[in-house]
Design a protein around this ligand. Structure first.
Ligand code: WTA
Length: 651
């Protein structure tokens, strides 16, 4: 397996950054003994965080682990919206800013906890009025406006399971997800802004609903200032503002069993169909609450800016549930980092006095390219902590972030986690752990990752597969509607008590973890997961295409780019526009995030004698590497031809 070679690559990073004394002195987590303590009694450790939340009924059992089935805080009842909103409006936080929002065109809104409380209550009633009951699924296809967190919390309030579909996904992707979850209601908007353009969300939703019979109602949010050409279907479609005007102002929260689902979120896997990752209310809330408090060190006066879109898990956990459960102030931004100018994020840091800033390595690499003079124009002296997530951060990008955004004085938390893990699993506690650029450092207390070899044996120092040996509260409970797939995907390789992350990692002499990226057929493009199989299916769906193979290829900004090798059907003659047409076909089928960076039209694909496409060789071709062993190929000349063709193309 080619990945094994990658595990052995030498690490040459020996810079170490100790926690600044001033930071350590005030940190929420400042006792080095907590690591050992949490290891000794991880249930007690999590229960302590759980007891800081508000339960309408206390739990009887902290954890029940019958591998691979896990339950946390059994017997307990808790409502997520109560913990994110009601709890704060009873205190001095009532008039504190919960959300400071900016639209891409520059419009601004600030919602206090009281404002948020009112909107969540009203929308919860509006959903109930539409017939949404506990356990019903609500698909959410909204732009990044305050109505998005409001919708999530309103669903949580009445026990509906929300499932956000990123607003960049196509009608077909939206339809597939709606059908998989059997959504009763879709909440969308007339449009949203992205890079100065408008995403026609309602039109896409209408397309998606052609063939999605479970949906009874559609709620449409009007985006301020937008004049979208949309039609409203009588009896099915309702304006958000009309429903809100009619809805009663208070809505009793639905008591939820700890294990009742809070939400599902679809993510790409190694097979064609995205999986609905299902999260349980109690454990998820405890996990996001605890990690927000300790990794981001959130305090009363913090202003936390997480740049992620709520269409992905990072936005769920660290723009909505985690920070709001902590009563923090969150900055939320609708659009692109370079609209209308490349200093947009830093301008917002200055404007709102952001103290904790969380973004992705792909963004940092873009900022590096845009130049240091851009952030230098803004006053970012309020920043006290920086974070990254989504993909491995290369040490150069880490150092750039440290020097140019953090003023060489601010700790960086590199946080490793997944849609499935619900919350951060590997990251430094910034007041306690010395940092090494490019390493996510240590597991969060209570969490037990392990690096293992092909046989599943622990690798104490060196590279291998990253697995998890112990359950934690915010881990996924199942794949929605397909528990067998959950068992097989995550626990199928080394036994039912070993969670397989799908990532490679290396552990160094100090026990620090270095994440190496995916070891399966999932690509990480700009921090977003894209399944190679999904892209292949989209290509093969085009009438001219006979076969397609998709591989990742290193990309300066995106981390990984998408390279596709395609053979056309017999009798089809390619023309100048063929590649463009095929790329567009993938965008139409999946969404712009899956657009191949390059497509090579090949006469043939390299296959083994039994007919399997040799993706390993295609990766070598795409990366311009010397070709490995080709002796198992049915026709070794195929790959040599491809390589020459590829080299011509690059040249
Ligand atoms: C990758 C995003 C290295 C990893 C929260 C994982 C990372 C996948 C890091 C999950 C990190 C995430 N260092 N790699 N700090 N964070 N990843 O589900 O490959 O969108 O498996 O969750 O992103 O992506 P997902």
């Amino acid at each position: 397996m080619s990945q094994a070679d990658g595990f052995d690559a030498l690490l040459q990073e020996d810079r170490v950054f100790e926690p600044p004394a001033e930071f350590a002195a005030q940190a929420n987590a400042n006792d080095p003994g907590i690591y050992e303590e949490a290891d000794r009694d991880h249930e007690g450790f999590w229960a302590k965080f759980a007891s800081e939340l508000e339960w309408s009924r206390p739990w009887d059992t902290v954890c029940e682990w019958t591998p691979p089935t896990v339950k946390w805080f059994l017997g307990g009842q808790i409502n997520a919206s109560v913990n994110c909103v009601d709890r704060h409006v009873r205190t001095a936080r009532r008039n504190k800013a919960a959300l400071i929002w900016e639209g891409e065109p520059g419009d601004r809104r600030t919602l206090t906890y009281w404002d948020l409380y009112q909107d969540v209550n009203r929308f919860a009633n509006a959903l109930r009025d539409l017939g949404v009951e506990k356990g019903d699924r609500v698909a959410v296809y909204l732009p990044m406006t305050p109505e998005l967190p409001i919708t999530l919390l309103a669903c949580a309030r009445i026990g509906a399971v929300h499932s956000v579909v990123f607003a960049g996904f196509s009608a077909e992707s939206l339809r597939d997800r709606i059908n998989d979850m059997q959504a009763k209601v879709v909440v969308t908007g007339d449009g949203g802004y992205r890079r100065g353009g408008v995403i026609p969300l309602k039109q896409i939703t209408d397309d998606a609903l052609d063939g999605a019979p479970s949906v009874e109602s559609v709620v449409v949010m009007h985006r301020e200032g937008l004049d979208a050409d949309i039609s409203m279907q009588d009896g099915r479609d309702h304006w958000y503002h009309d429903l809100m005007a009619k809805a009663a102002p208070r809505c009793d929260p639905q008591p939820m069993d700890s294990e009742d689902l809070l939400f599902t979120l679809y993510t790409s896997g190694t097979t064609g169909k995205p999986k609905g990752i299902a999260h349980a209310t109690g454990g998820y809330l405890v996990g996001t609450y605890a990690t927000s408090k300790w990794v981001f060190d959130l305090k009363e006066e913090d202003v936390f800016f997480c740049t992620a879109d709520i269409g992905w898990v990072t936005g769920h956990s660290y723009l909505v549930y985690g920070p709001l459960a902590n009563g923090a102030t969150c900055v939320m931004y609708e659009g692109a980092p370079d609209t209308p100018h490349r200093g947009r994020f830093w301008e917002m840091v200055e404007r709102y006095g952001v103290t904790v800033f969380y973004t992705a390595p792909t963004a940092i690499r873009a900022f590096m390219k845009w130049g240091t003079d851009i952030p230098a124009k803004f006053d970012m002296s309020t920043l006290r902590l920086l974070g990254t997530v989504g993909e491995p951060i290369n040490p150069e990008a880490w150092m750039w972030y440290h020097a140019n955004i953090g003023g060489a004085r601010v700790p960086i938390v590199d946080t490793w986690w997944q849609t499935e893990t619900g919350a951060i699993c590997v990251a430094p506690l910034p007041g306690l752990v010395a940092l090494k650029p490019g390493s996510a450092t240590r597991p969060f207390p209570g969490i037990k990752p392990m690096v293992v070899n092909e046989q599943g044996e622990e690798v104490k120092v060196g590279g291998g597969y990253l697995v998890m040996k112990r359950p934690w509260p915010s881990m996924l409970r199942t794949i929605y509607g397909d528990h067998e797939r959950y068992v097989k995907t995550y626990f199928g390789r080394w036994g039912p008590d070993v969670y397989v992350t799908g990532d490679g990692a290396k552990i160094d002499d100090d026990g620090y973890l270095w994440l190496l990226g995916r070891v399966d057929d999932v690509l990480n493009v700009s921090g977003h997961r894209v399944g190679t199989m999904e892209v292949e299916s989209a290509l093969v769906d085009h009438p001219d295409v006979a076969e397609a193979a998709v591989v990742g290829k290193p990309h300066e900004i995106k981390g990984q780019g998408i390279a596709a090798f395609v053979t056309l059907k017999e009798g089809v003659t390619p023309h100048d526009g063929t590649i463009g047409v095929l790329k567009q076909h993938v965008v139409t089928k999946i969404g712009a995030i899956a657009r191949p960076d390059e497509i090579v039209l090949a006469a043939d694909l390299p296959k083994t004698r039994s007919g399997k496409i040799m993706r390993r060789l295609l990766r070598d071709v795409a990366e311009g590497k010397a070709l490995g062993d080709v002796t198992t190929l049915a026709d070794p000349t195929v790959v040599a031809k491809l390589r020459d063709q590829y080299a011509d193309k690059e040249g």
